[in-house]
Each structure stands twice: as structure tokens, then as C-alpha cells.
Design a protein around this ligand. Sequence first.
Ligand code: IPE
Ligand code: IPE
Ligand code: MG
Length: 246
Amino acid sequence: MDYKKLITELKPDRIPRHVAIIMDGNGRWARKHNTTRINGHKQGVAAVRRVVETGVEIGLKYLTIYAFSTENWARSKREVNYLLKLIMNSLVNEIDELIKNGVNIRFIGSRENLSESYTRKVQQTCRKSWENNKLFLNVAMNYGGRNEIIDACKDIILDINKGKIELDELNEKSLDNYLYTTGIPDPDLVIRTSGEQRLSNFLVWQSAYSELWFTDTLWPDFSKKEFLQALIDYQNRDRRFGGRKR
Ligand code: IPE
Ligand code: IPE
Ligand code: MG
């Protein structure tokens, strides 16, 4: 079935509010095509464009993509530097098109190890899109779920010491105010490409009740059609949240 036909199979009343994607397999794609890992990452950008376009098309509200983890610093300096540059350049090159499509983009993650000029430039570029509210696109950059929780703990302790909140006021909902993802609903669906079936420190708090969807497809090959297939699968799942069958 082609993309246009498949789109009609989606139930408009059951579009997930938030889809999060672990974009994995650029390196293996490169090996398969006898090219450099760097080229693999470059090809990955086109796949990002495709999922964002589809997100806009189907009326998805929140899309989060895992671009660089706190663990990815362990890669070679050359690859790390290239990834940082690629992420920045893609943001700068795509921002006008994103704005035109009603996308509101922000980066979530730690500032640690990123230069101030880098984070400033990201902020300045993203800010131009903050009037938009069609699709909220979160780029998880220098992101680690455990790190996020530790950062939250530190801020909570500071606020308790300042008397800004009481210990008893801390609960699952108020903790949300301290995460990088404040105000963003939990992901309904987490997709991971490349055949790996793990979270790799992605949205560990937020994905407690997410539906997980895995595919062997390598990220640069991930198509609009396969994205729709993931969404259709999601729509046929039964989410019970510990309760009874719907
Ligand atoms: C995902 O592709 C991109 C990032 C983690 C930045 P990989 O670079 O992890 O590709 P594989 O897993 O080596 O194939
Ligand atoms: C997860 O992929 C991080 C991103 C997609 C940015 P990795 O390739 O880094 O994860 P592991 O090392 O296979 O768990
Ligand atoms: Mg990988």
C-alpha cells in the first residue's frame, strides 16, 4: 500500500499526542553502503525531514528525536565534532522551512560539555519558531535520562531549601516541573530503528508507560510509510495503564 492510501488508514481520533524516536543505525547504514559513518549521519538528516513532514501532515502535536546522548561523547573526537556540527547546521538550514510548516522547535538536554556559543546559537535559532504551535519538535541533544533526573533532584533540593516547595508537595506531577521536558506530555509511542531493543537512557522517567515499537530498518532508510505503519500499529494496541481492558 502506498503512503497516500496508508494515511487514510489512520484513525484521526487516535493519533498519539507524542511520538519519540531513537534514530539508530546510521553507522551500520554507512558500512552497508561502503561509505563513512559521517556520510551515514548526513543521510540520517533526510529521514528526520521525512518524519517531521509526516508529523505535520497527520496533525501530530509532539515529536521528540534523540540526536545525541550523554554517552555519545565516548565516540571518536572526529565523529563527535562532526555530529555537533551536523546538528547545528541542520537546525540553521532547516529553520525557515520548519517555521513555514508551523513547527515549534526546541532542544532538550544538558548544557554540560557544550560551548556557550553553541547553546546560544541553538537558542537564538530555535526562538524564531516559538510563535508556532502546530507541531512541537524536541531535539534531545546531549540528553541522558538519568542525568535529567539528577539535575531535577538538585533543583528540587535547592527549591526546598529556599522554601519554594514543601517536601510533601513533591509528587509525579510536580516533578515534571523540574525535567527538561517540562510541559511536554509523556511519549505515547517510542520508536527505535536498527533492530536494537533498548532505551539507551532516552526519556527513562517519561516512557514509563509508553508503547514501544522496534524495526530492523536503519535510520537513513526509515520512510514516511514505515512511520505510518508504526502509528497504525500503535492505534491497534490496548493501553491499560494497569487497569482493565478497554
Ligand atoms: C545513530 O546512529 C546516530 C547517533 C547515535 C548519533 P549510530 O551512529 O548509533 O549508528 P550505529 O548504531 O553505529 O549503526
Ligand atoms: C542512542 O543510540 C542514541 C541516539 C540515537 C542519539 P546509540 O547508538 O548511542 O545507543 P547504544 O550505544 O547502541 O545503546
Ligand atoms: Mg547506534
